[in-house]
Design a protein around this ligand. Structure first.
Ligand SMILES: [Zn+2]
Length: 590
């Protein structure tokens, strides 16, 4: 019997060259029309998509409808596949709506008063979700279920009643931005809709797409008109190990209305098998910090700390992000000013023209800033995920534990401009990005990743497990500050950086989780314990040999300088490659 190798699909977007943009957008427009006809025609048969008659969505669509336009059979397949996938996911959503329907109650709606508009009651919605979660034990879909409840409440606010059935509140989801999935059996070499040839040596992809001309006629000579795409290094690495799948052609619309087409390369990667619970011995816990980007600690199942802690700082990164955000605010203010200037004149007045032009330019600049901001966040997420994995592998951890994204853990918020940005990294965007990237990297590397209950982890002593206070710094122990960076335990005297304490506590939670997993002989479906529970083992120093290093609380003692990142703890250097900087050296100094 052949052993199945687990794989994971990764996707990378490449912007198509300008010379082909017009054609690619025409193709996307033509296929969007067909996709939307299919979706609207089959909308009243949505329930049928709740059962899969075939693994391929296009085959299920073909059983129900004939091609509404003559785009050629292979092209139609791609269109039917796209429409079928949308209908299948809507059918899934409809099933969840049926679950939610009996929970919908008027208590979820806050009636309008003299002082406020009618709105949604977060408390009631949250309680309904908690009840549903108890009965379902499926945390993964809770976010989706919540969005369905929100949608039903919005429907109530508009119509004065809850929807009676799913299609009551959801109309056929026609595509606004186009997307076309190429079929995997329309091979890259002999394809009837696309040709794709990858040259790993030259880091190039030769691509030809069958597109309609300006008159809407499907050109016969499309194969001769191929374009060259350069493969970025990080994609190349994965292409060498994985298998390239059929690509997806997709449209992106900028806020100013500008459109362009990208090609999503999909790479199927082999995955390292994940160890079973009884083979696992150590946990790496990490925490998002106030002073440090990440703090990580490693413990074994008896609560013994196996290494010194790791502190990762990002130097000028916060400042750069803050400056970009301020620039965006500034540009937005300029837009508002120009809009006011423009609106002094009536519609069609030529004097509106200069302001209109300036606004378009400003908007373009805003979206450029956002792109820069977001790509920095993304790159940082890749870097942080790579570092956590290196640390986990180097210290032979099979489980990485991190705080849950659902966390409401609040940290210091200053009113000054500096305070406003102090905790940018705690915003859900960057945490979400890290979690997502870390999840797939862990999956590829064969390491488990498990979220933990964050509440109380930065106000609990990791050594004696009692509640502890935080302070501004070790020199300022006279005043308790809830979001202070320094934790000192009044019971056993343990003191250290608050982030460090939190990473130890999260590692302790991970160890307790792992022990339960070993008892039940499975990793999934295990309750996540809370830090105050008594069975969670305290940290012991046995075998440590050396005293723990604490980070100096002063920001001047940053471990990051000139593009190099240092972590306390070990004796060797590891070079890490990431898109954040071409090669980042982590020196693990002892
Ligand atoms: Zn203590």
């Amino acid at each position: 019997m052949r052993k199945e190798v687990a794989t994971q699909a990764l996707s990378y977007s490449l912007r198509l060259p300008d010379t082909i943009q017009a054609e690619a957008l025409r193709l996307l427009d033509a296929s969007r029309v067909v996709i939307n006809i299919v979706i609207t025609s089959l909308w009243d048969r949505l329930d049928e998509f709740g059962t899969r008659t075939n693994t391929h969505a296009y085959k299920q669509v073909e059983e129900m409808i004939v091609a509404p336009a003559n785009h050629g059979h292979r092209q139609w397949r791609g269109e039917a596949e796209q429409a079928g996938r949308i209908l299948r996911s809507q059918a899934q959503r409809k099933k969840q709506f049926d679950l939610v329907l009996p929970l919908l109650s008027e208590g979820m709606i806050l009636p309008a008063t003299e002082k406020r508009h009618a709105g949604k009651s977060r408390v009631t919605i949250k309680k309904a979700l908690a009840d549903l979660k108890k009965s379902q034990e499926d945390g993964g879909t809770i976010v989706e279920v919540q969005s369905i409840i929100e949608q039903a409440c919005n429907f109530y606010l508009q119509n004065g009643r809850f929807p009676a059935y799913y299609e009551d509140m959801q109309s056929a989801p026609v595509q606004k931005t186009a997307q076309l999935t190429y079929s995997s059996d329309d091979g890259p070499a002999m394809g009837q809709t696309y040709r794709m040839k990858v040259n790993l040596e030259q880091k190039q992809i030769m691509l030809a797409l069958r597109c309609p001309d300006e008159a809407g006629q499907w050109s016969r000579s499309w194969r001769a008109r191929s374009m060259i795409l350069t493969i970025p290094d990080y994609v190349l690495e994965h292409l060498k190990q994985g298998k390239l799948q059929a690509p997806v052609l997709r449209e992106i619309t900028e806020p100013d209305g500008m459109r362009y087409a990208v090609l999503d390369l999909i790479v199927e990667m082999p995955v390292t098998p994940v160890p079973v619970p009884k083979e696992m011995h150590a946990v790496l816990g990490f925490d998002w910090g106030i002073r440090q980007l990440l703090t990580a600690s490693v413990v074994d199942l008896d609560g013994q700390q196996l290494t010194h802690p790791f502190f990762l700082d990002t130097g000028g990164f916060d400042g750069r992000q803050a400056r970009t955000r301020r620039q965006i605010d500034l540009l937005k203010a300029k837009v508002a000013k120009r809009e006011a200037q423009r609106d002094r004149f009536p519609e069609r007045d030529p004097r509106r023209e200069p302001s209109q032009k300036a606004i378009a330019l400003l908007r373009k600049e805003i979206s450029r800033c956002w792109r820069k901001y977001e790509s920095r966040n993304r790159d940082l997420a890749h870097l942080a995920a790579n570092i956590l994995l290196v640390l986990a592998t180097a210290s032979e951890c099979e489980l990485i534990a991190g705080e849950s994204l659902k966390s409401l853990k609040s940290q210091g918020r200053g009113k000054d401009a500096k305070g406003k940005w102090r905790n940018w990294r705690n915003n859900s965007q960057i945490r979400g990005a890290l979690w997502q990237v870390l999840k797939y990297k862990c999956f590829l590397a064969g390491v488990h990743l498990e979220w933990q209950q964050p509440r109380g982890t930065s106000h609990t002593c990791p050594r004696c497990t009692k509640a502890a206070n935080t302070y501004a710094s070790p020199e300022h122990l006279e005043k308790v500050i809830d979001w202070g960076a320094w934790l000192k335990c009044s019971h056993c005297g343990w003191s250290g950086s608050r982030d460090y304490a939190a990473s130890l506590n999260i590692a302790r939670l991970g160890a307790a989780y792992l022990q339960e997993a070993q008892r039940l002989k499975r990793m999934g479906g295990i309750r996540h314990p809370h830090i105050a529970e008594t069975h969670i083992k305290p940290i012991s120093y046995r075998g440590m040999g050396a005293p723990l290093r604490f980070p100096a609380p002063s920001p001047r003692a940053r471990l990051f300088c000139a593009g190099k990142m240092y972590c306390n703890g070990w004796v060797r250097a590891i070079a890490l490659h990431s898109s954040y900087s071409t090669a980042t050296m982590i020196r693990l100094c002892g």
